[in-house]
Design a protein around this ligand. Structure first.
Ligand code: ARG
Length: 583
């Protein structure tokens, strides 16, 4: 059996065992050889876990799981890949790859300075992806939930872009809806000369709260506000002007966060879909999906206790209407075949209903993927929903700045202790890179669905699974290479893989491509973080046991360091984290 040029080692070994099982037990049409990395490095690189379940499926026709394992081994097709196999008493087949294979992979990474991405064929070709993320609301606070969406969404986009897909990064800004009647009316009365003398609404949240207070307390204000939504939606120029002003003010605040986080987004706010709503509802009606309930246009979907309301009884459009028009636009007009929405888990049912509606309306082909990635709540150390300490509103910019300030203090201490030799202005630069990286990584390294407690101490810790630890360990690697004074990618080398720690590191490097493919399929960036952490610990084990500089195997070991650096930097980049060559 030959390995395909862009086939990952894991996929090839999987195919190899599938072929062996098919030969040994043709009667079973066994679906999955269950190949994974060995639980313990001692036994080999991969293990095939299928023998036990095959033994059961054979219902007494085989002597033991071990006999099944042996039959499989006897049927492995001739190949250039596997050095040896051994069958465990429970039947697993442990497999050791030829070290030349691992060595050649690391050498090619070091030489080219790039790691191969999974082939597009792994996804059934190049996809038109749209990721709907971040999506804060105008005049409301951009809270930590939006921060999570922004960070997770950016990584998902980076991974899909790296795989070669066409990716649209969409900010579904909450810039439309009934709250604008109230906001416009409040602005006009509280700041009558706003055109000549634009108000300095630095804290839009307070503005929003004041407006809401008036709305709840003053019936006349309430009526005016309601009438104003209608005027706005009918396109009244003055209302639109004020609406634009409010959006601009919010946008400025949001952009500060995006700039600090280095996240690119294209704004297609809710207002963008406004004109598409009537046509969308008509189409849904024509397809028999809409029922009238006391004047409201509703879409009932099986297994949901409530409908999507695409038109309210007063004729107004809401969140559901916009999402109906948006999903249709994305699938039909833009021709996207993968849609990914990233919001808190609380909105999961809403999106599942939107997806079911889209399928029922016939807007999807079978291979179209519609996914919602729901994330948990960020809590303070007290376990309550997270708030920054300065005010009751969460200023995300402050939160990010705080991480940088704390990181700077810790770097200054390191300089004092002689642990690091950065100059003053380099300390500032490094603090920003590590501080922002730490906030992002702290979020990304947990499974999105979990709630987590926001802790500066944990995220800025120099040990454990943190960005700080990883960035330091990368800088250490870079310093070994620098100290050699050699142009490492061009060194002439023999087999890189002799020592067990060399082998474990090289094997780990070869698994990167599988991890990227998994993240591109399930949108769980924590997999990539786990990988990076594991790689980093394998690197530490390697340099602890294997002397690099001055050793007879210096060239080989430097190349292994270089390959590790390339993979680490690629992983950082996919996580939206900058790295340093020196800390
Ligand atoms: N603005 C919403 C919020 O803050 C998120 C929007 C998500 N995207 C969408 N297409 N509904 O919760």
């Amino acid at each position: 059996l030959e390995r395909g040029t862009d086939e990952s080692p894991t996929k090839f070994v999987t195919r190899l065992f599938a072929a062996a099982i098919a030969r040994a037990f043709p009667q079973l049409e066994w679906p999955d050889p269950a190949v994974m990395r060995c639980a313990n490095d001692k036994f080999g690189d991969y293990q095939c876990n299928a023998p036990m379940s095959i033994f059961k499926a054979l219902k007494g026709a085989a002597k033991s799981p071990r006999a099944v394992g042996e039959a499989i081994v006897a049927s492995i097709p001739a190949n250039q890949f596997v050095a040896s196999t051994s069958v465990a008493p429970a039947g697993f087949v442990n497999t050791v790859l030829r070290s030349e294979i691992l060595s050649a992979f690391a050498v090619s990474v070091a030489r080219s300075g790039a790691v191969p991405a999974p082939p597009l064929s792994a996804f059934g070709g190049k996809r038109q992806v749209l990721v709907d993320f971040s999506s804060p609301n105008v005049a409301k606070e951009m809270h930590v939930g939006h921060l999570r969406s922004t960070i997770i969404g950016d990584t998902v986009c980076r991974v899909l872009e790296y795989c070669g897909h066409e990716v649209r990064r969409v900010n579904h800004l909450g810039d439309w809806g009934t709250q604008f009647g109230m906001l416009i009316t409040h602005l006009e009365t509280a700041y009558p000369d706003f055109t000549e003398n634009p108000p300095n609404i630095t804290d839009l949240t307070t503005f929003y709260k004041d407006a809401k207070k008036r709305f709840d307390a003053d019936p006349e204000f309430k009526d005016k506000s309601r009438a104003r939504v209608v005027t706005l939606q009918a396109g009244d120029p003055r209302s639109l002007e004020i609406w634009r002003l409010l959006c601009d003010l919010s946008r400025k605040e949001f952009d500060k966060v995006y700039e600090r986080l280095d996240v690119a987004l294209n704004e297609y706010g809710e207002s963008y879909y406004n004109d598409m709503i009537p046509g969308t509802i008509e189409e849904l009606e024509r397809k028999g999906l809409v029922s009238d309930e006391n004047g409201a246009a509703c879409i009932h979907l099986p297994n949901h206790g409530f409908p999507l309301i695409v038109r309210k009884s007063d004729g107004g459009y809401g969140y559901d209407s916009t999402d109906a028009a948006a999903v249709r636009h994305r699938l039909i007009d833009l021709g996207c075949d993968w849609l990914v929405y990233i919001t808190d888990v609380g909105q999961q049912e809403h999106f599942h209903m939107v997806f079911e509606m889209a399928r029922a309306a016939g807007w999807t082909r079978d291979d179209v993927r519609l996914r919602h990635v729901g994330f948990g709540v960020v809590q303070g150390l007290d376990g309550k929903r997270f708030r920054t300490r300065s005010s009751e509103t969460t200023r995300l910019v402050d939160l990010l700045d705080e991480a940088v300030v704390r990181m700077e203090a810790s770097l200054v201490d390191r300089v004092k202790d002689g642990k690091c030799s950065l100059s003053d202005d380099k300390v500032k630069e490094a603090a920003a890179v590590v501080g922002y990286g730490a906030v992002k990584y702290f979020d990304l390294h947990q499974h999105p669905a979990t709630n987590y407690k926001f802790s500066y101490d944990k995220m800025l810790s120099t040990s454990g699974n943190t960005a700080v630890y990883l960035l330091y360990s990368h800088a250490r690697l870079a310093s070994i290479i620098r100290k050699s004074g050699l142009d490492v990618p061009t060194l002439v080398v023999q087999d890189l893989v002799h020592h067990p720690k060399e082998r474990q590191l090289a094997f780990e490097l070869s698994l990167f491509v599988d991890v990227v493919e998994a993240v591109a399929n399930d949108y769980l960036p924590n997999r990539l973080c786990d990988y990076l952490y594991r790689l980093s610990t394998k690197f530490t084990d390697f340099v602890t046991d294997c002397k690099v500089l001055g050793d007879p195997r210096q060239s080989e070991r430097l190349v292994l360091c270089e390959a590790t650096g390339v993979v680490m930097r690629q992983a950082f980049t996919l996580l939206g984290i900058k790295y340093l060559m020196q800390i």
